[in-house]
Write a protein that binds this ligand. Structure first.
Ligand code: FMN
Length: 379
């Protein structure tokens, strides 16, 4: 039984979450002194704030080393399974994802770890599967980086084993291309015997295909708002061909200020004047396909390659509504300093989104994570 499955976006509200708060500098590569300090205390305060203010999910970045340069963005990062366990114990309704590198965590370990954390959250854990791209991280684990098709073939076996461990009560043998297991079994199962909400973060065609065949949500980039609907159309075509529903999510960096000019000035200040050029250069060398143009690099400096939601509250709400109208089910948001900036976003942008009809109020929602009322559940 699939729990609280999110479906195609049309008649539901736009889900909103926070992205990357477990990592130093969050989703930015900036040197400004107020950049995000990802201490546990800050993460705890932020999760409680997001929970109380009706946000739907928290999504961490799985990172094993930083981007170097002067400030080493993401160099300090809280490991996402432990992070999710702690935050689920401290919140009441919000969905918390763990982001797991399939090639770096054995599926028998992952199945049990995830099931255990899901019990801590009473059914509010989500799983974001990443198949990996960063060669330096693979080298840290003593392995080599597989070619893309191979990465996703491995990911399919990895998640198939996890699903079987969650579904089957008897020990089973598994003989695949990447895994050869004898007598595999997992108890406990996820909370209330239902499966976790799953997400895959990928950008390529191979990533899309893996997502439609495997998970509930594809988390992908938006290159251009004018063509954002085409990505959703392509994903839906692929999903229809394999007979599975899937939602599409994306990432935005938010700079919301009382006036458009203030917002644009702040963006310029943190992402242009004070961007960490040395870490961006490092990023460009390890990820040449993402760092191939100045425009793309600028978006990495500003917000992990996400798209800009920059402006006064009316403008930011209109941008988010536009993404929703293009068919996206949800957005993971980043801020330079999440704790400083989230309250203004909640006060000013969320009510506007309700007035625009793309989001229903979740104020007063008080599910305690029974698998049917949590924040990613179908409305
Ligand atoms: C929104 C988003 C979030 C991602 N989060 C992570 C992450 O936390 N850790 C990681 O190693 N890769 C992350 N990635 C990278 C992807 O897993 C993937 O390797 C990359 O987008 C390349 O896509 P492809 O495999 O489809 O070519 C993320 C990608 C996107 C689009």
């Amino acid at each position: 039984m699939k729990r609280a499955t999110t479906t195609l976006a049309d008649d539901r509200q736009l889900k909103l979450g926070l992205f990357g708060a477990n990592c130093s500098a969050g989703i930015t590569m900036t040197m400004v002194p107020e950049r995000w300090d990802a201490s546990w205390e800050h993460n705890l305060a932020l999760a409680r704030l997001a929970d109380a203010r009706g946000l739907d999910f928290l999504l961490p970045i799985a990172r094993w080393r930083g981007y170097g340069g002067l400030t080493d963005p993401n160099g300090y990062s809280l490991e996402t399974l432990a992070w999710a366990a702690g935050l689920l114990a401290a919140t009441r309704r919000i969905t918390v994802f763990a982001t797991v590198h399939a090639p770096l965590v054995h599926p028998v370990f992952a199945a049990k770890q995830l099931a255990t954390i899901d019990h801590i959250g009473r059914g509010r854990l989500g799983l974001n599967i990443v198949c990996g791209w960063n060669p330096e991280e693979f080298a840290m684990f003593g392995g080599s980086h597989r070619a893309q098709a191979d990465r996703y073939a491995h990911g399919r076996e990895w998640y198939e084993i996890i699903r079987r461990l969650w579904a089957e009560s008897e020990p089973f043998d598994y003989h695949g291309r990447y895994f050869d297991l004898q007598g595999a079994v997992c108890t406990p199962k996820p909370y209330a015997g239902s499966e976790l909400i799953t997400m895959n973060a990928g950008r390529s065609e191979a990533g899309r295909q893996f997502a439609v065949e495997t998970v509930d949500c594809l988390f992908t980039g938006i290159e251009n708002l004018d063509t954002a609907d085409q990505v959703v159309a392509d994903v839906r075509r692929r999903a229809a061909a394999v007979g599975r529903p899937i939602d599409v999510y994306s990432v935005a960096y938010v700079v919301c200020r009382p006036t458009q000019k203030e917002a644009e000035d702040y963006l310029h200040y943190y992402a242009v004047e004070h961007r960490d050029e040395a870490s961006l250069e490092k990023f460009r060398t390890i990820n040449p396909s993402e760092g191939d143009t100045n425009a793309r690099l600028a978006r990495w400096a500003a917000g992990h390659g996400g798209f800009p939601a920059v402006g006064d509250p009316d403008r930011v709400a209109e941008i988010l509504a536009r993404v929703h109208r293009a068919g996206y089910a949800g957005l993971a948001l980043g801020f330079v300093n999440y704790l400083d900036e989230l309250p203004y976003f909640c006060d000013e942008v969320m009510p506007r989104l309700e007035r625009l009809g793309v989001r229903r109020s979740t104020t007063g929602a008080d599910g305690e994570g029974d698998g049917g009322t949590h924040a990613m559940a179908r409305y």
